[in-house]
Design a protein around this ligand. Sequence first.
Ligand code: NAP
Length: 466
Amino acid sequence: MPIASVNPATGETLKTFEALGPEGIEKRLAAAHEAFLEYRVTGFGERARLLKRAAGLLEEDQDDIARTMTSEMGKPITAARAEAAKCVKAMRWYAAHAERLLADEAVPDEEAADSGASRAFVRYRPLGVVLAVMPWNFPLWQVVRFAAPALMAGNTGLLKHASNVPQTALYLGDLFHRAGFPEGCFQTLLIGSAEVEGVLRDVRVAAATLTGSEPAGRSVASIAGDEVKKTVLELGGSDPYVVMPSADVDRAARVAVTARVQNNGQSCIAAKRFIVHEDVYDTFTERFTARMEGLTVGDPLEESTDIGPLASEQGRADLEALVEDALRLGAGALCGAGRPEACPRGWYYLPTVLTGITPRMRIHREETFGPVATVYRVADLDEAVRAANDSPFGLSSNVWTRDEGEVARFVRDLEAGGVFVNGMTASHPAMPFGGVKRSGYGRELSGHGIKEFCNTTTVWRGGAER
Ligand code: NAP
């Protein structure tokens, strides 16, 4: 894939970039490693000062970087600004909390003594250079949620961003540089995915994190496994959104629309499968469909736009193929299922609601990366849990009910990295984020995220020192 910004609203190529050659890659690898040797011994106060400066710069740049993201990958401009603001918040959160999250942990005296120690504790030390392979869908956020904790922990980062968001990728490298992080602490590598293996196998790279599709995750994890290097994988999702009879159905239908179409439907944690109890199925489906049909599809740079184009022509073709397969096998479309006539240029797709989904259809098992919802009717709680878990993915889940017994059952039984009750899944710096099953492993954000790329070190001091 060429490294280029192509405006998905028009198909126009905005800018192309030359990929780094072997010398450019080597220069950055060496810089990242050398930077780590010095940066690892800086204190939390100094790291926090730099990260807060980066947050301040990003806040100043918010409008410009939002326009860059929208022109590269098509998200509505309002959402792009919100994404930048969320990054600022996460940077400040880690600047404020990293020292506490990574404080030494004492082993209780009695247990230390039982091991023969006068005292023992755990120290979280940085791992080294971490390679971050990132996707285009939240081109700023996905990177910052890795970079902020990694830099606060004392690691250095190399970013291999998706090939269709090179301007956002270069902006990020520049941002950390302007903030004053020492040379080499955070660098953008403009490389294609074929070059990832060489970088990952380099002895100076300690670990990798990948957010993206399952094939990319499998490839990076198997190479890292071969090299015995730590990985975190944040992969696809097909989150269930369960609506039970005691729910506020009107609110559930309203929030369902945002949960499905945020970021033009291209979010890993978007609700994708709507599993509705038969007592409220008709009411929910009617209200949900009416709201989906009422969305404004159009130029993502317009403030009033709800849904812009999909990020790539291929992405739209993949989505169309999933919908066509479902319709051919008997699914019904309550709305959408086609391209908007009003937007002949660009890679737009109409908000779509499909019913009558069966296990034979690809859409039943595959991720829909676009504004397409599938609705399932279930008879009771057991069937709702079974339907929710009937997916290869396990990223997050949403449940709507006022019945505490049902809440307890969902929290106990849903196979997902999150259970959001009476609201939609969203990430927050203080809460761990990640999945199970084919959605990946490891966690980002919170204390769990920052410790993923730390060397959890046992410090044991002998009894003679007592
Ligand atoms: P993708 O094709 O997997 O690309 C993601 C990144 O991986 C890009 O930088 C890409 O580089 C690189 N890549 C692709 N194939 C690779 C390989 N074989 N080896 C090494 N690197 C490789 O995914 P995408 O289409 O950009 O993003 C959509 C997917 O990401 C969806 O499945 C979505 O659910 C998932 N996602 C997950 C999360 C989460 O937190 N769980 C968040 C956002 C998105 P090139 O661009 O150069 O190919």
